[in-house]
Every structure is written in structure tokens, then in C-alpha cells.
Design a protein around this ligand. Structure first.
Ligand code: PRP
Length: 213
């Protein structure tokens, strides 16, 4: 039996992913050690390997087959648009992709005016404004703390993830339009899906059962 390799998005999703895998008997004790500098973890008995990657890189590892399976947010899947199978909504990490800004920016969205949009997700933002709203915008790519942009007048609005809404609230911003709901998804390499079909289908079935509880 060959190893099945999992790429998990570093951060909030990784812990939840491991908790969910534990429920279906997939464990990796090594990975729980917070002080470790190791990058890859092995469960010899079950012939599994796990590694943590930057969320945005998980679809890349899976598309190229460096990982058979990935766990990553729907936001990253949409933004990266890689060739892979999205097989399961894991039901955690729920949040929304939204257009946000000060209340005063609401009318700029209604009149199809040329506005500046800052985002960590330029592809999602472009798709929304160009293909769904038919509004031409100037995209400004940022790498984090995107809520700053409308405050310091870098852009009129932002496209960003909203979970509790407290970051927006504390900065005097609000949700202006909702683009789509998001959550953690399991993705599978297209070749692995064929070559390791039985093991992967069993895993999907077990996880589907656990997520439905
Ligand atoms: C995300 C997102 C928002 C915030 C939303 O940022 O970009 O800033 O969380 O959460 P809330 O609605 O519960 O306040 P993250 O913490 O991932 O950091 P970032 O700003 O570097 O993207």
C-alpha cells in the first residue's frame, strides 16, 4: 500500500481538520506537538502522510499530485481555480465572502461607478464585479488587514471574508453585498481519485457520515 498524502491549510483550519480526521480513525500524534519544527508527519501504520502549507498553496500541491488530498477554504479554491476535485463540504470554518466598506459606499455599487476594490482575493473580486455585476473596477491586491484600505482611502470598498463581523464593526465598516458562503472543503487530486479510488471513497463516506451528525 502506498502512502496517502494530505496537505492541510495552516492555521485555523488545520486544528479542526485533524479533529475531524480523528473522528474517522485517522490520527497523527506527531502533529500535535506544538513546538515541533518538522514539516511532514507520518502515520506508518495507516500509511498516511500529512503536511501543513500556506492555505493558498494547498490547491497547488493537490493539483500537481504532491498531495493526494487537501483541506482548504472555499475562498482559496475559488481564488486559485486549480484542476482538482472538490469532494466534500466539511461544515466548519463557515464564513462569507462579502463586498464591504463604509455605509456611504453603498450607492457607488448601485450606480455602476468606476470604483477601487482592494482584496486579498482579486480573482473572486474580479469575477464578481465583471461577470455578475457588470461593473468595471480598479482592482488593488493586498495581502492582509484589508479593512484598512477604505479607512485610509486606498479604495472605496473591499472584498473580504466576514466571519463574526467584529473586524468590520470595530473599524466603522459594514457588509454591503454578499458574494458567497464559504467553509472548509476537502479536495482531491484527479489522478489519485482514480488510482486510490477505494481508499479515498471510503474516507469521503466516513467523513460525510461524521459531518452529518
Ligand atoms: C480574516 C478576514 C477579516 C477577518 C474577519 O482575516 O480577512 O479580516 O478575518 O473575521 P471577523 O468577521 O470574525 O472579524 P485574518 O484574521 O485571516 O487576517 P488577515 O487580515 O491577515 O487576512
Amino acid at each position: 500500500m502506498r502512502y496517502l498524502t494530505f496537505a492541510l491549510a495552516k492555521g485555523r483550519l488545520a486544528k479542526k481538520s485533524l479533529e475531524m480526521f480523528e473522528k474517522v480513525g485517522i490520527t497523527c500524534e506527531e502533529m500535535k506537538d506544538k513546538d515541533t519544527r518538522k514539516l511532514i508527519f507520518v502515520n506508518e501504520e495507516l500509511k498516511l502522510k500529512f503536511f501543513l502549507a500556506k492555505a493558498g498553496d494547498v490547491p497547488t500541491y493537490v493539483e500537481y499530485g504532491a498531495a493526494d488530498i487537501g483541506v482548504v477554504g472555499k475562498d482559496t479554491i475559488l481564488e486559485e481555480n486549480r484542476k482538482l476535485y472538490e469532494v466534500l463540504d466539511l461544515g466548519f470554518g463557515k464564513c462569507r465572502m462579502c463586498v464591504c466598506g463604509p455605509e456611504s459606499a453603498r450607492e457607488l455599487l448601485q450606480h455602476h461607478e468606476m470604483i477601487r476594490v482592494a482584496s486579498k482575493y482579486p480573482n473572486i473580486a474580479k469575477d464578481y464585479f465583471y461577470n455578475k455585476k457588470h461593473q468595471t473596477v480598479e482592482m488593488i491586491k493586498l495581502n492582509g488587514s484589508v479593512e484598512l484600505a477604505p479607512i485610509v482611502n486606498l479604495s472605496e470598498v473591499i472584498v473580504d471574508i466576514v466571519e463574526t463581523g467584529s473586524t468590520l464593526k470595530e473599524n466603522g465598516l459594514t457588509v454591503l453585498e454578499e458574494i458567497c458562503p464559504l467553509s472548509a472543503r476537502m479536495v482531491v487530486n484527479q489522478v489519485s481519485m482514480k488510482m486510490e479510488n477505494e481508499r479515498i471513497m471510503k474516507l469521503i463516506k466516513d467523513l460525510r457520515y461524521v459531518t452529518s451528525l
